[in-house]
Ligand binder design. Structure first.
Ligand SMILES: NC(=O)c1ccc[n+]([C@@H]2O[C@H](COP(=O)([O-])OP(=O)(O)OC[C@H]3O[C@@H](n4cnc5c(N)ncnc54)[C@H](OP(=O)(O)O)[C@@H]3O)[C@@H](O)[C@H]2O)c1
Length: 249
């Protein structure tokens, strides 16, 4: 009997959830609980952390999970590492649904950095108007350069004021389109964009808009994840699940 735990939080996870529901597969969808208004899923859904590797092992056993699909965001490195360790310990099959990275093309002006600290260092010390397209986590690091203006785009309004003297908030949920992203950047006089190399189509519009407006992008590379089986499409995951998916990387 196949029973799937789908670790979500991305549009690809939602697409996979729809496909599993259509097939009538026995699956549970899991959200971290970061947003107050998560997208409703056509699968039984649980919300909140498992309590580290030990908590996840316990959950996998209690729910008799046979397969885990990690469709979390490429920057959710903690959850992904926990999934590898817990599936190994509980002897549960694991695959990651991972979207390919974005690559700079003709007309792009990217500075690639390893992490948030590198992104802060890559910005001018003051006078820049920065579209901080990285969600709400880690924005505090940019207080090291308070002389810049920061535009944040968030799913939920922040519970506490942003820690910048000069900033603006756009409340919106992707997917985003190029025309709206161009208009947003022009309206705020943006001079720099900071982005995570998430890949996928839902958040790609800002990069196309940056190219059109000849704006520089500070691109944060993905964090490393332990070795695991990686599949690049919903169809590949369905095939894997449908063919007595084995363990291993
Ligand atoms: N990081 C981003 O840029 C980003 C962007 C868009 C969406 N997201 C989504 O937001 C969620 C949190 O991302 P993050 O970067 O904070 O992750 P993270 O740092 O890797 O995870 C921190 C902890 O949150 C819990 N967690 C994360 N994803 C979970 C899930 N799908 N179900 C249950 N618990 C989960 C786990 O808690 P326990 O240790 O207690 O199990 C995990 O150890 C993920 O679902 C991710 O797909 C993240």
């Amino acid at each position: 009997m196949t029973r799937i735990l789908l670790l979500g939080g991305t549009s690809e996870a939602s697409a996979l959830a729809r496909a599993l529901a259509e097939r009538g597969d026995d699956a549970i969808f899991s959200y971290a609980g970061r947003t107050g208004t998560p997208v409703a899923q056509p699968l039984p859904t649980r919300v909140g952390g498992f309590g580290g590797v030990a908590g996840l092992v316990e959950y996998l056993r209690a729910e008799a999970i046979t397969h885990v699909v990690d469709a979390t965001h490429p920057f959710a490195a903690g959850m992904s590492a926990n999934a590898v360790a817990a599936c190994d310990r509980a002897e549960v099959a694991l695959a990651a649904l991972e979207r390919p990275e974005w690559r700079a093309g003709k007309g792009d002006d990217w500075t690639r950095v390893r992490d948030i600290v590198g992104a802060v260092a890559a910005l001018p010390d003051s006078g820049a108007r920065v579209f901080l397209a990285i969600g709400k986590q880690h924005v505090d690091a940019f207080t090291a350069k308070p002389g810049n203006f920061y535009l944040l785009r968030l799913v939920d309004p922040p519970e506490t004021p942003l820690p910048f003297p000069d900033c603006a908030i756009e409340i919106a949920r992707g997917p985003f389109d190029v025309a709206s992203d161009e208009a947003l950047m022009e309206a705020h006089g943006i001079t720099h964009i900071v982005a995570k190399n998430s890949g996928g189509t839902g958040a790609e519009a800002k990069l196309t808009a940056a190219r059109a407006l000849a704006l520089p992008v500070v691109m944060i590379d993905r964090p490393a994840t332990p070795a695991r089986r990686v599949l690049n499409s919903v169809g590949a995951v369905l095939d894997w699940l449908g063919h007595g998916a084995d363990r291993g990387v």
